[in-house]
Design a protein around this ligand. Structure first.
Ligand code: IPD
Length: 296
C-alpha cells in the first residue's frame, strides 16, 4: 500500500487516493511520534480551556498538507487546525453544530477534497497516553471514497475504499456480532464546552444502566475503527468535526456498520452513531428518547 511521494497523480481513482493517504499518514504518524518522544511543545487552547492544540498538531498538519499538495496539486485540503489553509483563517475546531466545510463544501478543480485530522486524541498525546491518530480521508464530489486512520503511537492502521471493505493488517473487518444492546460495549466521547458536556453527561447517565459498559478512549477516529473492528460494539458522539469522522466513518461503514445521525439524518456534527445493523435501531431509539443530538 505504501507509495513513493513525489510522482504526480491526476486520476481520482479511490484506490490511488487511498495509496496517497496511506503514504502520507505514515510519514505524518512518524513525525507525531518523534515529536512526542522529543517532548510536548507549544501547548495552547482552542474553543475552550480544555480543548488543547500543540505545536505538533500544527507541524503534522503542515506536513500532511505539503505532501498532499506535492502529490495532487489541484486538490483541496480541509484540516482541523488550519481549515482550508492557513491563509484562509477558516480553522476547524469551532465546536458548534454547523459543518461549514461539510460534504457539500467547495472543492478544487479536481473535485477531490482531503479531510485531515493531524492528531486526533490531542489530550491523550499531551498526557503520553498511546492512543492518538492521524486521520486522512479523500472525498470525491462530496462523497468520502477512501480513508486511513493510523494510531501514531502503536502503528496500528485501518483503511477503507468505498465498496472495497474495511481492513486492518490484511484482515477484513465486520464489526461486532452482538445483537442485544444490554450486552453492548459502547464507546462515546465528549465535546470541550461545559454546557454541552452537561447535556452529554445527562444522556450518558441514562444509557449506562442499559448497556454492558461505556468506554471513553479520547480519539473519535479510533473509536470508529474500534467499532469497525468489533473492539467495541457501537459508538456515538455529538459534536464531532468532519475531520474526526471522515475516514473512521467510511471504515465503519465498509465494515458493515450503519453510520448515521438520528431520525433519518446523515452522520454529522449533531450526532454520529455507528453500530452494526442489529444494534443500530436499539441504540438509535434510545438516543432519540434521550434527545442525544439536542442541547447546546
Ligand atoms: C477529539 C477526540 C475526542 C472527541 C472530541 C474530539 P481532538 O478530537 O476525537 O475523542 O471526544 O469530540 O474533538 O481534539 O483530539 O482532535
Amino acid at each position: 500500500m505504501g507509495e513513493t511521494i513525489g510522482d504526480s497523480v491526476v486520476a481520482a481513482d479511490p484506490l490511488e487516493l487511498l495509496n496517497v493517504a496511506v503514504a502520507v499518514a505514515r510519514r505524518a504518524a512518524d513525525l507525531a511520534r518523534t515529536e512526542r518522544t522529543a517532548g510536548v511543545e507549544g501547548v495552547g487552547t482552542k474553543s475552550t480551556s480544555t480543548d488543547l492544540v500543540t505545536a505538533a498538531d500544527r507541524a503534522v498538519e503542515r506536513l500532511i498538507v505539503d505532501l498532499l499538495r506535492a502529490r495532487r496539486p489541484g486538490d483541496q485540503v480541509l484540516g482541523e487546525e488550519f481549515g482550508l489553509g492557513e491563509e484562509s483563517g477558516s480553522a476547524g475546531s469551532a465546536g458548534g453544530d454547523a459543518e461549514p466545510t461539510g460534504p457539500t463544501g467547495p472543492t478544487g478543480p479536481t473535485g477531490v477534497r482531503w479531510v485531515v485530522d493531524p492528531i486526533d486524541g490531542t489530550v491523550n498525546y499531551v498526557y503520553g497516553l498511546p492512543h492518538y491518530a492521524v486521520s486522512i480521508a479523500a472525498e470525491v464530489a462530496g462523497v468520502t471514497v477512501a480513508g486511513v486512520v493510523r494510531n501514531a503511537a502503536t502503528s496500528e492502521e485501518w483503511t477503507a475504499v468505498r465498496g472495497g471493505g474495511a481492513w486492518r493488517e490484511g484482515k477484513r473487518l465486520a464489526g461486532s456480532a452482538v445483537t442485544d444492546l444490554g450486552q453492548a460495549l459502547v464507546a462515546t466521547g465528549f465535546g470541550y464546552d461545559a454546557a454541552r458536556r452537561t447535556h452529554q453527561a445527562a444522556v450518558l447517565a441514562q444509557i449506562l444502566p442499559r448497556v454492558r459498559d461505556i468506554r471513553r478512549f479520547g480519539a473519535a477516529s479510533l473509536d470508529l475503527c474500534f467499532a469497525a473492528d468489533g473492539r467495541v460494539d457501537a459508538f456515538f458522539e455529538k459534536g464531532l468535526g468532519a475531520w474526526d469522522k471522515a475516514a473512521g466513518g467510511l471504515i465503519a461503514e465498509e465494515a458493515g456498520l450503519r453510520v448515521s445521525g438520528l431520525r433519518g439524518a446523515p452522520a454529522g456534527p449533531k450526532l454520529v452513531l455507528a453500530a452494526p445493523p442489529a444494534l443500530h435501531g436499539q441504540l438509535h431509539d434510545l438516543l432519540v428518547a434521550l434527545d442525544a443530538d439536542g442541547g447546546p
